[in-house]
Design a protein around this ligand. Sequence first.
Ligand code: HAM
Length: 430
Amino acid sequence: MKIRYKRIRGTYDILPEEIFLYKLIENTAEEIFKKYQYKELRIPTFETADLFIHTTGETTDIVQKEMYVFEDKKGRKLALRPEGTPGIVRAYLENQLYLKYPVSKFCYFGQMFRYERPQEGRYREFFQIGAEYFGNAHPVADAEVIFILKEILNSVGLKNIIINLNSLGCTNCRPRYRHALVEFLAAFKQDLCEDCNIRIEKNPLRVLDCKIDRTKLTKFNVPTIDKFLCAECLNHFTQLKVLLKNANINYNFDPLLVRGLDYYTRTVFEISLPKSDVIVAGGRYDNLIAQLSNGARNVPAVGFAIGTDRVVEGIQQTIDYRYKTLDSKHLTEDILPVFVAVQPIDEAIQEAFKLVMKLNSEKRKNIVATGPYPDRSLKSQMRLANSINSKYVIIIGENELKNNYCILRNMTEKSQQEIKLSEVIEKLTE
Ligand code: HAM
């Protein structure tokens, strides 16, 4: 049959036999986001093109080669969103969401658009599930988003994920690395591809990400950023690695991982399956909110985006999904909000992080645990706990921790007791 119209190259129809997998992933993510109090935002699919040029980055492939840019009838330069993060930051600032949500965690589900060469797992219109966590500079926030990702992917049946992790440093230490890298690459110019020769001038770190030149560079012993991190960035990265290890999250340290977007600082990560392209990517971007608010709000941030289509393909390839019943917990409105506060001592932070993850994995009662916020004073943490109507606050302090105790405060009755750390979950689920 000769039909008159066909879909545009790089787009596809999701048919009924596939839609349930999209729903499964989205519903599973939604449940886990609820637990960790990520509030959903729906933002426009098109914005002013400048937003992406100034955030995703003028020299990135996404902006230079892949963005769908068009003029509207009034001659304004607009773009279909190639990713969600810039729009979420814009919405956060424009709607002053920081006033309403002292715990500023947001999630989003929707289409993104990139003019890429279509192939399996690479489309011109595709779906992402994203999360952005604002206002916590401590690596517990980075560890939390990675933990959540593991929960989502494991819950939809993907158990064999590979997490690659790196730190890109900050505005203090990255320029030193950039300088050393440019010097090094200058000697190998003739061995690198045409694109990389341009990248050396404009965005040299992206050379490390080049599919053509990456293996060559490893052979040449290219300098890596880990040797250039300043003390603060190194400490941040070391703490993150300890947090992940304690939460039983396996990762590979990949010093050549740079990511294709400009806003990242410190942590970056990508997740893939044994035989797949990257299914999830994210990282920290501590300067973006300040940049978009002209310095008015200096809020650190970390987040990720799941490539929903790639996860669907991963499920289809790795398990016989038609015969497996995939477990997806159901949340009721009947929740028990718990806040974990902490004194800023490494050991206490480690315990607090573990406890939040354990509480949120607890199936007997619908506990929703928040925290820790180690960069805030105990008083400010208590204020935050109060403002989000926590029913209980667990305080992990130096003295109590010596004997493996914590303080359990009932916020309704305004009473508190010392209790063994190992018994706190029992107590809350009584
Ligand atoms: P990204 O690495 O550009 O990061 O995209 C995230 C994920 O979206 C990729 O890992 C991939 O699974 C999926 N994806 C990207 N392009 C395509 C495509 N053409 N077809 C199908 N799937 C694709 C971001 O978008 C950042 N906003 C992530 C982030 C959030 N960082 C911090 N917060």
